[in-house]
Design a protein around this ligand. Structure first.
Ligand code: WTA
Length: 671
């Protein structure tokens, strides 16, 4: 640890203002002697958790523990049994019924907090809106009635493809109010990706916007939706928010403006009492095959765990805190920790539409100062980008309101952790490094900030109620050392399956280690029992905290008429965690060129979305294969990361990989 620590100190000294001795001193002040970071005393004094009682309760009787967390919600009917576990199928709070929008909005208004701010929303151009719980309730009910008017009923699916505007939250909550499941598709996905997701979910209605603001320009959504909808027979109605005034085509009888329908809608809509196990939403995520998986989350258990984790991991004091989760609502982090967790807890949040560098690289820090943000939750890739931009950006603003920082989406390297702690947290804020997944629904492994002594780069320990274990290749539990991260007991917000494919669910998550959920991540346990997440061990890449499947990119490439074969790997990247490197063999008669490479990169971005665009594309006459014809990705990763080549003896033709290494060194990469 101390090596990483001192490296971070040295690295920072270069961009620190005069008197970097002070910087070094503050870093030292962060740590106890063994370079661990105990929670600051004043933080502990008023923390929601500052002793082991939650751990003790969970250890004594885990089901009673979860029942107590569920009791923090308002139930229409209390459950008959906490858990029915028929491995790998779990049902939580069976027999109970509740409504999610009621828990997220109505109950706060009924308790007299209608004037409390739910969201401080800021658009990228600088326009802003403050939305109280009372206003949210009004809009949610109206939009719920709009959905009903478009024929949506309990049990239907609604697709949401939107920028980060308040209407996206309204649309999600309106679905839950009438018992329809939503499927939010990240606004950065292409028409093709949107089409596949709409069709897999058989969605009846699409909610979208003309465009969203990105780096000062409208980034179109409705035109993509129109391309997708040409092949989506299930969609009969489309509601469009006019965000950028780009005047998109509107199909008569199918497409409706939000601003025409919502003000005219009936302002009262009774919440449906939903079964605890009714489908709440689908969220598609990349797996190891080309077809994205529709991860299913249900109602009672999901809301219980996201509210519980949001309250304790972020030490939420709803009357004082201004909380900002800077994720996009199109990913699970946005679902659980922009929408459902914070609203269930009656929090005040910030919602920001745009990019961190518009109009300048201090945009985030101006937002923190303007709204007095106390809790900030973001991804390591953002932190590393800010490191690159330099400390002068955060130093332009008063960040003293911050008291807690969070990290999610990928392993945080100790250097980034230290920079975050010092230059954003002012050596004052604990950091919660939270490990979880789309599939887990809520945070699973994380410090409790008033209790846990942290180590930079370690997500520390499973939360009370969660049983995470590291196992070796044979499934034996590892006490100290490396292996695979598994979850050995069901948890309330666990995925209930893959939409339409129960066999794939069992096969993907429960077959590698019998009786255990296997997350796909490597992990190690150190001598002090701290967990260190080591990244994915399967063919899933993590690019800027976004999951991208190697197979999905490969199939997009081979779908191009000039491509014969493609292999894709994720290589370590300083800023984005991993970068996508593609090796491509063209069909006979096709000539490699920079233009062809650019064309193929663009093709992938069009097929999947800009996040899947390869950073480097290497043309090769052949791919390294075993004699049985399997592509050896390990070698391609070695090449991509410039390592001495691993064992090539099993290759059918060892000369191939040397030629690839030569070409890879010469290939142009995007910055
Ligand atoms: C990775 C995002 C290390 C991990 C919530 C996981 C992390 C994948 C962390 C899930 C963390 C997430 N430390 N790795 N704190 N958090 N990951 O589904 O590889 O988009 O399997 O969910 O992100 O990504 P997903």
């Amino acid at each position: 640890m101390s090596d990483d620590g001192s490296k971070a100190t040295d690295g920072r000294a270069t961009d620190a203002p005069a008197g970097s001795g002070a910087v070094t001193a503050s870093i030292e002040a962060l740590f106890s002697e063994d370079r661990t970071f105990p929670p600051p005393e004043d933080f502990v004094a008023r923390a929601n958790v500052n002793d082991r009682s939650l751990h003790d309760e969970a250890a004594a009787d885990v089901l009673a523990f979860w029942a107590r967390q569920a009791d923090a919600l308002d139930w229409v009917r209390r459950w008959d049994s906490v858990l029915e576990w028929n491995l790998p199928f779990a049902q939580w709070f069976v027999g109970g019924s509740l409504n999610v929008s009621y828990n997220c909005v109505d109950r706060h208004v009924l308790a007299g907090r209608g004037d409390k701010v739910a969201f401080y929303w800021e658009g990228e151009p600088g326009d802003a809106r403050t939305i109280t719980y009372g206003e949210l309730l009004d809009e949610v009910q109206r939009f719920a009635n709009v959905l009903k008017g478009l024929g949506v009923t309990r049990g239907d699916r609604v697709c949401i493809y939107m920028p980060m505007v308040p209407e996206v939250v309204v649309a999600m909550l309106a679905c839950t109010r009438i018992g329809a499941a939503h499927s939010v598709v990240f606004g950065g996905f292409s028409a093709g990706a949107l089409r596949d997701r709409i069709n897999d979910a058989d969605a009846k209605v699409l909610v979208t916007a003309d465009a969203g603001w990105r780096r000062g320009k409208p980034s179109p959504l409705k035109p993509n939706a129109d391309v997708a909808l040409a092949d989506c027979p299930s969609v009969s109605g489309v509601v469009v928010v006019d965000r950028c005034g780009t005047d998109p085509d509107m199909v008569e009888g199918r497409d409706w403006w939000w601003h025409d329908l919502v003000p005219a809608a009936d302002p009262a809509c009774e919440p449906e009492a939903m079964g605890s196990e009714d489908l709440l939403y689908l969220l598609y995520t990349s797996g190891t095959t080309a077809k994205p998986k529709g991860i299913m989350h249900t109602t009672g258990g999901y809301l219980t765990q996201v509210a519980y984790t949001h309250k304790f991991v972020f030490d939420l004091h709803p009357d004082d805190d201004v909380y900002w989760c800077a994720a996009d609502v199109g990913w699970v982090t946005g679902h659980s920790y922009i929408v459902y967790g914070p609203l269930a807890n009656g929090a005040t949040s910030v919602l920001y539409e745009g990019t961190p560098d518009h109009p300048a690289r201090d945009r985030w820090w101006s937002i923190v100062q303007r709204y007095g943000v106390t809790i900030l939750y973001c991804a390591p890739t953002a932190i590393r980008t800010f490191m690159k931009w330099g400390t002068q950006e955060p130093e332009k603003h008063d960040l003293s309101s911050l008291r807690l920082l969070g990290s999610v989406g990928e392993p945080i390297n100790p250097e980034a952790w230290m920079w975050y702690a010092l230059h954003i947290g002012g050596a004052r804020c604990p950091i919660v490094d939270t490990w979880w997944q789309t599939e887990t629904g809520g945070i699973m492994i994380s410090p409790l900030p008033g209790l846990t002594t942290t180590k930079p780069g370690s997500a520390t320990h499973p939360l009370p109620g969660i049983s995470a274990e590291v196992v070796d290749d044979d499934g034996n539990v590892v006490e100290v050392g490396g292996g695979y991260l598994t979850i050995s007991q069901p948890w309330p917000s666990m995925l209930r399956g893959i939409y339409g494919d129960p066999d794939r669910y069992a096969e993907t998550y429960w077959s590698r280690f019998p009786g255990r959920y296997f997350a796909g991540d490597g992990a190690k346990l150190d001598e002090d029992g701290y967990l260190w997440l080591l990244g994915r061990v399967d063919d899933v890449m993590n690019v800027s905290g976004h999951r991208v499947s190697t197979t999905e990119v490969e199939s997009a490439l081979v779908d191009h008429p000039t491509v014969a074969e493609a292999a894709v790997v994720g290589a370590n990247d300083e800023t984005t965690g991993q970068a996508i490197i593609a090796y491509v063999t063209l069909k006979g008669g096709q000539e490699p060129s920079d233009e062809r490479g650019e064309d193929l990169r663009r093709h992938v971005a069009t097929r999947i979305g800009p996040i899947a665009r390869p950073k480097t594309l290497v043309f090769t006459d052949d791919l390294p294969k075993t004699r049985s014809g399997k592509i050896m990705r390990r070698l391609l990763r070695d090449v991509a990361e410039g390592r001495v080549l691993g064992d090539t003896t099993t290759l059918a033709d060892p000369a191939v990989v040397e030629e690839i290494a030569r070409r890879a060194a010469a290939a142009p990469a995007e910055g």
